[in-house]
Design a protein around this ligand. Structure first.
Ligand code: TXA
Ligand code: MG
Length: 348
């Protein structure tokens, strides 16, 4: 049985938090909201509880987990080789959607790091996440609370859909603000590298730590640097094709591709934007409007929900518009490209 309890982030019910923290302290896994996506948390210092996270998600054992803290003071026992600029980075970006990779101390169980000598750590900014970590009085290991291979959950109902019957409790605090997983920044290899782009971009980071490379800009998904990157992720069930170019031409091309699919007896779906939605007039084609193409944070917040909706519509192929890669738009395009397995049509 999976219980769902609602906790209002603006008026946190401490008894409900205590109840969830009690489960964590007894070795259970609990799904909880963060500002990025919902997480599946357990006591990071309890190997058995950490193993249960992998089982609940069906996650490959070689994909390490992020450790979530509520306060920077708790980090120093967990990591080695503390970078000089950690204090500055933490002042600016924590609590928030930034995960940093450090060399790990012996306190971190092997189960968390999948045998690597590094550990990923973040302090989330969601008030319910912070309160849960504080009340548990332990660091929380937490991957995204989806079943492995599905898009990350941005609503409690997504978690329920994937993990019902597999976990005892889901804390529902409504939709996640950011909608994409945290930026993963590796500080262990000399120069800073972003292994997974998120809301916090290389431009946001470089004033504090100098040049920051985006691993994803080389589109090298098979790199062993971040084990999670080699797995297919974020995907709707149907294959996806991205069409990039001027919005009006993009819409024309997508309409032509939809006609082709229909002729082949396939059921297409469209991921559109405010700017193009009116072009798609065929009411038989499921069409989701992601929002304003010039407001990427709006699109980030609904992207994974739109993937899941396409699954419920039972489409055979999805056509998505390419979006301006500015700010978090870069990370939106990273997730879209990965969902599309790099299947992109670029219009001249
Ligand atoms: O926003 C987020 O980061 C969410 C919320 C719940 O905090 N968590 C999340 O966790 O997305 P997960 O497990 O779904 O993704 C963690 C990513 C994976 O790609 C994993 O391979 C990478 O971080 N990672 C974890 N530890 C690592 C390490 N020591 N070295 C390199 N990559 C690591
Ligand atoms: Mg994940």
């Amino acid at each position: 049985m999976t219980e769902i309890i609602k906790i209002d982030r603006y008026n946190i019910d401490k008894d409900k938090i205590q109840y969830a923290a009690g489960l964590i302290n007894r070795g259970s896994v609990v799904a909880f909201p963060t500002e990025t996506v919902y997480g599946l948390g357990a006591n990071a210092l309890d190997s058995k509880a950490v193993r249960d996270i992998f089982t609940a998600k069906g996650r490959p054992q070689d994909n390490p987990l992020i450790v979530h803290l509520s306060d920077i003071k708790d980090i120093y026992d967990l990591i080695l080789d503390i970078p000089d600029y950690l204090g500055l980075l933490a002042d600016v970006f924590w609590p928030g959607p930034l995960t940093i990779i450090f060399r790990r101390s012996k306190l971190i169980p092997d189960e968390i790091t999948a045998g690597l000598d590094t550990v990923a750590i973040r302090i989330p900014s969601h008030p319910v996440a912070l309160e849960l970590i504080r009340s548990s009085r332990v660091p929380l290991a937490a991957p995204s609370a989806n079943s492995s291979g599905k898009p990350s959950p941005t609503l409690a109902s997504h978690v329920y859909e994937d993990l019902k019957g597999r976990i005892p409790l889901i804390i529902d605090s409504g939709p996640c603000d950011v909608g994409l997983e945290s930026t993963v920044l590796d500080l262990t290899s000399g120069r800073p590298v972003i292994l997974r782009p998120g809301k916090i971009t290389s431009d946001d980071l470089s004033p504090y730590i100098g040049d920051v490379t985006n691993l994803s800009s080389s589109d090298n998904y098979s790199t062993p640097r971040s084990p999670g990157l080699k797995y297919k992720h974020y995907s709707p069930d149907a294959p996806m094709i991205i069409v990039e170019g001027d919005p009006e031409k993009t819409a024309e091309k997508i309409l032509a591709l939809c006609s082709q699919s229909l002729e082949q007896g396939k059921r297409p779906g469209i991921l559109a934007t405010n700017q193009t939605y009116d072009f798609y007039t065929n009411t038989n084609i499921p069409t989701i409007c992601l929002g304003n193409r010039n407001s990427p944070s709006e699109i980030a917040a609904v992207l994974f929900d739109s993937f899941r909706k396409m699954n419920t519509y039972g489409v055979d192929i999805i056509y998505a518009e390419g979006l301006p890669p500015d700010g978090i738009g870069f990370s939106v395009m990273n997730r879209l490209r990965r969902a599309a397995n790099n299947n992109i049509i670029i219009l001249k």
